[in-house]
Design a binder for this molecule. Structure first.
Ligand code: ADP
Ligand code: ZN
Length: 526
């Protein structure tokens, strides 16, 4: 737009174009740095205001701001929103016909585009690079920059190509932005994008208005319904499920219970997805039941809750998904129900995944961190922030702060369980999943225990002091602590290297009681 870069050009643009009177947090400093031609790596939580960090410099600097984004489905919305405030924004992606593409290209070359959104795969095409050479580039913004990191949870191979931006246009400043990055992902972004001289801006990842709660999964749909009926009547929210089938089932269940819910997953026709997304954004009080295909880039300020009916695969994913709640700063709930079956299923998925050994190890490490968060007796927020390398004090507004779980000595039950597995293997050459092992411990006469003559095992009935549910909690926690493993499709229980020390009594096992559900100390609403 203008070549003058007086210190106030950014502030003037903020007011004139976007109608805001001041910058938030690090925005002013980030914008000043990029306007002056510096590279930046910005880590800021969802809702923190990342977009202005590249939009304002694109307008202040000469030429077009080129934004690399994986969110093809949202480009039209983003461009429309900018057009509404008078910014000349365009996009290039695979959804366009040749005429439309030529129109955008001509406008860019003529210098009539302030912001150009590009899908990363466009950069693989040499003609795109040649096109960029013919215009003036104000900056490159790399949105959702964590997609370049293999360590992260959302790796996109196309993003690796983005190192070419620096090689081909070394003088153009680059700003990479993400709402999710552990220290490891953070380092990998800097490395892969060759952001050697970039300034790093790391905002606090805390979202104080979100109440984090994780509870044991017994009857997930019922538990969800109770949450919605007691604390979130009429609220908009997102319910995440692992599979398409459970998305459909859960949406039907909510509708039949009188809660307006819409499904969203990659198996639905594009027009159904678009229609459901737009109803969720525009109408009040809709619950979106979705796979993780839904949500990235969705800007709905009043999402009051994010519920997970299945265990997320990583803390990064969990944090990003829950971060979609309460962008308006008002009290919101992040609720997760998780059970033994989740652990079994995810270990199996990792075992069967097609990736190489390094990939499976990474997935395992992600899962372990997620399990540690679920089983912690400490403040959830402290643990979450620590995962992102930030230290904090107990928050007083998560389930473990509000209703501290007790630790109890689970050494003896762990020994009973492990020795049952050992005996089955040694005396019978048999292996079983958790259901059968718990039945043996509780001395439950079922067709399956009787058929195998399991009542003759020395450990038959030695675990009657704990209920089925408590035993499942023990199994789940031993799995989470790596003192027990599952194998194969049926979740066969097996010992790990660490199990021996428990059996021999050298290692004590500390377990967490399942606290009663957090009392109705729901966040207060204005
Ligand atoms: P992010 O991309 O980090 O999730 P956005 O860029 O979408 O966040 O910004 C979140 C919301 O905050 C948007 O509605 C945006 O208009 C608003 N916002 C950002 N910066 C400011 C500011 N300086 N003053 C007022 N509102 C702002
Ligand atoms: Zn807490």
């Amino acid at each position: 737009m203008t070549e003058t870069t007086t210190p106030d050009a950014a502030l003037e643009t903020l007011g004139r174009v976007f109608g805001y009177d001041s910058f938030r947090g690090d925005q002013a400093e980030i914008i000043r740095h990029v306007v002056a031609g510096g590279d930046a790596l910005v880590l800021m939580p969802t809702g923190g205001g990342k977009s202005l960090c590249y939009q304002v410099p694109s307008l202040v600097r000469e030429g077009t701001g080129v934004v690399i984004s994986p969110l093809i489905a949202l480009m039209q919305d983003q461009v429309d929103a900018l057009a509404a405030v008078g910014v000349r924004a365009e996009f290039l992606n695979s959804t366009q016909g040749p005429d439309e593409r030529r129109r955008v290209e001509a406008a860019f070359v003529a210098g009539a585009v302030d912001l150009l959104y590009l899908a990363p795969e466009r950069l693989a095409i040499e003609s795109t690079a040649q096109l960029l050479d013919r215009g003036t580039i104000a900056l490159f913004a790399i949105d959702e920059a964590h997609c370049v990191a293999q360590w992260g949870h959302d790796f996109r191979p196309d993003y690796l190509r983005l190192s070419m931006l620096h090689e081909r246009w070394p003088a153009v400043p680059r700003i990479a932005l993400t709402a999710t990055a552990t220290e490891q992902t953070h380092a990998e972004i800097a490395l892969r994008l060759q952001l050697d001289d970039a300034r790093h801006f790391v905002a606090s990842f805390d979202r104080p208005n979100i109440q984090y709660r994780i509870e044991a999964k017994n009857q997930p749909q019922r538990q969800l319904l109770e949450l919605l009926r007691t604390e979130h009547v009429g609220d908009a929210g997102i319910v995440y499920c692992l599979s398409r089938a459970s998305v459909e089932k859960t949406a039907e269940f909510l509708n039949s219970s009188g809660i307006p819910a819409l499904p969203y997953h990659a198996g639905l026709p594009a027009e159904v997805r678009a229609a459901n997304q737009s109803r969720f954004l525009r109408e009040d009080g809709i619950v979106m039941v979705a796979t993780i295909a839904f949500g990235m880039g969705i800007d709905k300020p009043d999402v009051r809750f994010v519920a997970h009916l299945d265990l997320p695969k990583s803390v990064e994913g969990y944090y990003q998904e829950t971060g979609r709640a309460g962008r308006d700063g008002l009290p919101s709930t992040a609720w997760l129900a998780y059970g033994l079956q989740d652990v079994v299923q995810q270990r199996r998925m990792i075992e069967q995944s097609e990736g190489d050994l390094a990939h499976r190890r990474r997935m395992s490490a992600h899962l372990d961190a997620m399990l540690a968060l679920c089983e912690t007796v400490e403040c959830r927020r402290v643990q979450l922030l620590a995962y992102f390398g930030q230290s904090s004090q107990p928050c007083g507004n998560c389930d473990t702060c509000l209703n501290p779980p007790q630790a109890w000595d689970g050494t003896v039950p762990a020994q009973k369980l492990l020795s049952t597995i050992v005996r089955l293997k040694r005396e019978r050459n048999q292996t079983f999943g958790a259901g059968q092992v718990v039945d043996i411990l509780r001395g439950k006469e079922t067709p399956r225990t009787l058929q195998h003559g399991h009542e003759q095992l020395a450990t038959w009935g030695i675990g009657e002091d704990l209920s089925d549910q408590q035993w499942r909690g023990v199994v789940r926690q031993l799995l989470a602590q790596g003192l027990l493993a599952t194998q194969g499709e049926y979740g066969i229980l097996a010992l790990t290297d660490a199990s021996a020390a428990v059996l021999s009594g050298e290692r004590a096992v500390s377990l967490r009681t399942e606290p009663e559900r957090v009392a109705r100390r729901a966040p207060k609403r204005q």
